[in-house]
Design a protein around this ligand. Structure first.
Ligand SMILES: *[C@@H]1O[C@H](CO)[C@@H](O)[C@H](O)[C@H]1NC(C)=O
Ligand SMILES: *[C@@H]1O[C@H](CO)[C@@H](O)[C@H](O)[C@H]1NC(C)=O
Ligand SMILES: *[C@@H]1O[C@H](CO)[C@@H](O)[C@H](O)[C@H]1NC(C)=O
Ligand SMILES: *[C@@H]1O[C@H](CO)[C@@H](O)[C@H](O)[C@H]1NC(C)=O
Ligand SMILES: *[C@@H]1O[C@H](CO)[C@@H](O)[C@H](O)[C@H]1NC(C)=O
Ligand SMILES: *[C@@H]1O[C@H](CO)[C@@H](O)[C@H](O)[C@H]1NC(C)=O
Ligand SMILES: *[C@@H]1O[C@H](CO)[C@@H](O)[C@H](O)[C@H]1NC(C)=O
Ligand SMILES: *[C@@H]1O[C@H](CO)[C@@H](O)[C@H](O)[C@H]1NC(C)=O
Ligand SMILES: *[C@@H]1O[C@H](CO)[C@@H](O)[C@H](O)[C@H]1NC(C)=O
Ligand SMILES: *[C@@H]1O[C@H](CO)[C@@H](O)[C@H](O)[C@H]1NC(C)=O
Ligand SMILES: *[C@@H]1O[C@H](CO)[C@@H](O)[C@H](O)[C@H]1NC(C)=O
Ligand SMILES: *[C@@H]1O[C@H](CO)[C@@H](O)[C@H](O)[C@H]1NC(C)=O
Length: 728
């Protein structure tokens, strides 16, 4: 009663002002993009927060006797969230990364599930809903166009995200400032990595670009893209988290500034030393602050004075120069002071990955020291893998610093069906009751590919103080995913089975992230099965149950048809591999002819051919889509396009000049399965058939002298050549 009259009063008083207020342009434009046919049926208003909560809230109501939906909220972001609540709950449509149904809405839905007065209220239980991992800018959005970003940002706003990371175009700022500080263009370009690998350059893991160098067109074009991205984020009520100066600099700093205190960061993941061993300017050096101020000021001229939040990671998979607690405190103190010199209200946003990935270095004592530089309120830590390896308990909630409960879920955009919904709902809400400095939830997936339900549910949990009911959530999710009222009880039943099978992963002590298929790994006679850890291949559910569900499920979304079929085939490949190896290992293969052995392996190879054909039917599963995006950014310059294509191919396969992080970001994509994995497995089968002796198979010889040359050659096959070769 009180709230609604407050809203109506605010509306009556403020309407003229509010309508003229450009603050609302962002939300009206969002509706015009997403629901153009009903764009004039919505009225939005900003209202002050109620005393009960300072977190975002919204109210949805309708005008008596009129065909108009009124959404009032405390921030533009809560209006977007309120709008989505309405279309999803009442209209049963959704927006998705890959399979939106919102444009199928035929008529303006009636308000549903409202309270006493027919209005619907929503309130966030945390101030922040965070989005992106630094590496998502490599694994997912490296080659995004503005149209791709527009869709993603609408998705984010409607899901209530208000704190997105925004790395695009960072290199233009760096180039400007490094030039200003006397570095030559060649010195700078030698430092920068290629477009698919910039996140790890930004982390100081790698430097330079193998097999080409970053053309200066790239940073210029990306900076212009970022201007649009940041502007849109702000219009949609989000606070962008912008980059800052990290300390990683071109090697030439030792010539230009011989007195600067620099150290060499670790050599990373087996890269040749020229591509790693990055020079780090110590935050204790006065030059660090000068560069910090220059970078942030330049950034402000490009993107406006739009945020106080800055991402800055110094030790992501990089050990500090010293473990001395006094040193560690000095480093973080110097860092926050540099940020504060550039922006007196700066908040340092840190990915908490280091404390997990290098936990032998990061003892509790060292973490405490490193975190003691900044004062409470000056640091915001992303507990990056809260659902799998949370660090907030052992660090006593980061010793009182603000932190965010984040879902990592996948490495390198791997695609297996997997999730642990109870951990996402109960884990987060129970962390809230245990930690007073928990200020948000976030999605920090390395790449976003599938399994969208496990991301949606966490973002929805941010607006519900009690843990969401998974069964009910599933029904609503499927309804909205497949569009208005066309979902039969059978389909819902199937989804319950699917959720129980793959999204209630109760084997999370051994598999706690998205699995990958063994066919995405280098073929071998052992070592592929039962892998646990970050790219698990271990089956954590019964494959035949998935086949049963797959047979019954008739999804209304083509993406899902392909995605589930993809998984069924990947599972079948694993079973067939076990069969084939059993045959080869336990019978005496020399008693068979080579062609008999090849025949035995034929079903295995046939699965790959089938998978390739199935994946070709959906644009979201095409190697060609990834490559076409990359080439498109070259603006018609073939030399540059070939380099971007190399980057795109290399990241998802060899990940490095010669397979330094081989198959990390592998994908089950049409074109990739057929032109990359299939020839590898054919070569494997032929090798075994030729040898007819399991003891004769030498992994090192096979992988280095046979596979690697094939794989390296593939890096340079342009799309056009591929097409001719495979007739696809
Ligand atoms: C708002 O968020 C804070 C977390 O920062 C939480 O403690 C508080 O309970 C929330 N308020 C409501 C009403 O949910
Ligand atoms: C690519 O880079 C590797 C490692 O630096 C080098 O050995 C190879 O010759 C390069 N290939 C091409 C085609 O540039
Ligand atoms: C480096 O330090 C030395 C000794 O303190 C000083 O003489 C010299 O001018 C400094 N050089 C630069 C480039 O700042
Ligand atoms: C890293 O580079 C420095 C010189 O810049 C060199 O002295 C050092 O040996 C290099 N590290 C390794 C592991 O090669
Ligand atoms: C940026 O905006 C803040 C308000 O959020 C203001 O206090 C500050 O002075 C502005 N900084 C600059 C450089 O304009
Ligand atoms: C930390 O900084 C202080 C003040 O500059 C200095 O006295 C101290 O020696 C430094 N400690 C370490 C371990 O570097
Ligand atoms: C919260 O604290 C209670 C009591 O100490 C403990 O039993 C529970 O496991 C904690 N929950 C989490 C998620 O840490
Ligand atoms: C996981 O769930 C399945 C199906 O409900 C059950 O058969 C299995 O025993 C459970 N495993 C564990 C480790 O709890
Ligand atoms: C096949 O036999 C080899 C050699 O004995 C062994 O290393 C490997 O693990 C076996 N592979 C499978 C899948 O059983
Ligand atoms: C993998 O695990 C399955 C059962 O979980 C077991 O039967 C099989 O022997 C294991 N295979 C290897 C190669 O460890
Ligand atoms: C394409 O880009 C390369 C590298 O930047 C440049 O050298 C070349 O002149 C460009 N070609 C054309 C046709 O513009
Ligand atoms: C199988 O290969 C091993 C290792 O090369 C060799 O020692 C052995 O003699 C071979 N067995 C047969 C039957 O050829």
């Amino acid at each position: 009663m009180k709230l609604i009259s407050l809203v109506l009063a605010a509306l009556a008083l403020g309407q003229a002002v509010l309508c003229a207020n450009s603050e609302l342009d962002g939300i009206y434009n969002l509706v015009a993009r997403q629901l153009p046919q009903f764009a004039d049926k919505f009225e939005f208003a900003l209202v002050p927060p109620t005393t009960a909560s300072s977190n975002d809230s919204y109210t949805i109501s309708s005008k008596a006797g009129k065909d108009t939906v009124i959404i009032s909220g405390t921030t533009v972001n809560s209006l977007a969230r309120g709008f989505y609540h309405y279309v999803k709950q009442c209209g049963q449509v959704s927006i998705s990364w890959t399979a939106s149904t919102i444009n199928t809405l035929g008529s303006l839905p009636r308000l549903c599930g409202g309270g006493q007065h027919g209005s619907i209220d929503g309130a966030a239980i945390v101030p922040w809903r965070y989005y992106f991992n630094t590496v998502t800018f490599g694994y997912t959005t490296a080659f995004y166009s503005w149209a791709d970003w527009e869709h993603l940002l609408d998705w984010a706003a409607m899901h209530g995200i208000n704190l997105p990371l925004a790395w695009v175009g960072y290199e233009q700022v760096l180039i400007d400032i490094f030039e200003e500080f006397g570095f030559s263009q060649a010195q700078i370009v030698n430092f920068l990595s290629g477009p698919a690998f910039l996140p790890w350059n930004r982390f100081g893991n790698i430097q330079g670009s193998w097999n080409g160098s970053l053309p200066l067109e790239w940073p210029r074009q990306q900076m212009q893209l970022q201007q649009k991205i940041v502007k849109r984020m702000v219009e949609l009520g989000m606070t962008p988290v912008l980059p800052s100066f990290t300390g990683f600099v071109p090697n030439a700093i030792t010539d230009l500034y011989p007195n600067a205190t620099v150290i060499k960061s670790s050599t990373w993941s087996g890269f040749p030393v020229t591509y790693t061993n990055v020079t780090f300017l110590e935050p204790l050096d006065p030059l660090f602050t000068k560069l910090q101020v220059a970078v942030i000021q330049r950034q402000r001229t490009y993107y406006g004075n739009v945020t106080h939040y800055y991402t800055l990671d110094q030790y992501n998979e990089n050990s500090p120069f010293s473990g001395d607690v006094g040193y560690l405190k000095n480093v973080s103190l110097g860092t926050i002071e540099s940020l504060r010199a550039a922006d007196p209200d700066a908040v340092w946003v840190m990915q908490g990955w280091l404390f997990f990935s290098d936990s032998s270095f990061w003892t509790d004592e060292r973490i405490r020291a490193y975190l003691s530089g900044p004062e409470i309120g000056q640091l915001l830590i992303l507990d990056l893998f809260s659902e799998g390896s949370p660090q907030w308990q052992r660090t006593n909630s980061y010793y009182g610093h603000d932190w965010i409960w984040c879902e990592l879920h996948d490495f390198g955009g791997n695609q297996g069906l997997e999730g642990n919904l109870p951990t996402l709902t109960k884990g987060f809400t129970s962390a809230m009751t245990n930690s007073s400095s928990l200020v948000g939830v976030g999605l920090t997936m390395e790449g976003q590919e599938g399994n969208q339900m496990v991301y949606d549910i966490l973002l929805d949990q941010a607006w519900s103080s009690s843990s969401l009911n998974i069964k009910l959530y599933t029904e609503e999710y499927v309804q909205a995913r497949y569009g208005p009222k066309i979902v039969s009880a059978d389909v819902i039943e199937c989804w319950h089975d699917l959720v129980n099978l793959v999204y209630m992963n109760n084997a999370s002590s051994v598999v706690n992230v998205v699995p990958k298929s063994i066919y995405e790994l280098a073929p071998n006679i052992n070592g592929l099965l039962n892998i646990t850890g970050h790219h698990p291949t271990k089956a954590f559910y019964d494959f035949s149950s998935l086949v049963d569900i797959w047979k019954k499920l008739h999804p209304h979304v083509h993406y899902d048809v392909v995605d589930f079929t993809r998984q069924v085939l990947a599972n079948q490949f694993l079973d067939l591999y076990v069969d084939f190896m059993h045959f080869y290992n336990t019978t005496n293969p020399s008693a068979s002819t080579s062609s008999e052995i090849i025949d035995r392996a034929e079903p295995l190879l046939e699965v790959l051919r089938t998978a390739d054909r199935v994946l070709y039917t959906d644009v979201n599963f095409l190697l060609g889509s990834w490559i076409a995006r990359a080439r498109a950014l070259a603006d018609g310059n073939d030399t540059i396009a070939d380099y971007y294509e190399f980057e795109a191919r290399n990241q998802i396969t060899l990940w490095g000049p010669t397979g330094q992080i081989n198959n990390y970001a592998s994908k089950q994509w049409a074109g990739l399965v057929g032109s990359y994995y299939l020839p590898q497995w054919e070569m494997f089968v032929e090798t075994l058939a030729f040898q007819r002796n399991v003891s004769a198979f030498d992994v090192a010889t096979f992988q280095h002298t046979m596979l690697l040359p094939l794989d390296i050659q593939w890096q340079w096959e342009s799309g056009a050549r591929l097409k001719t070769k495979h007739g696809a």
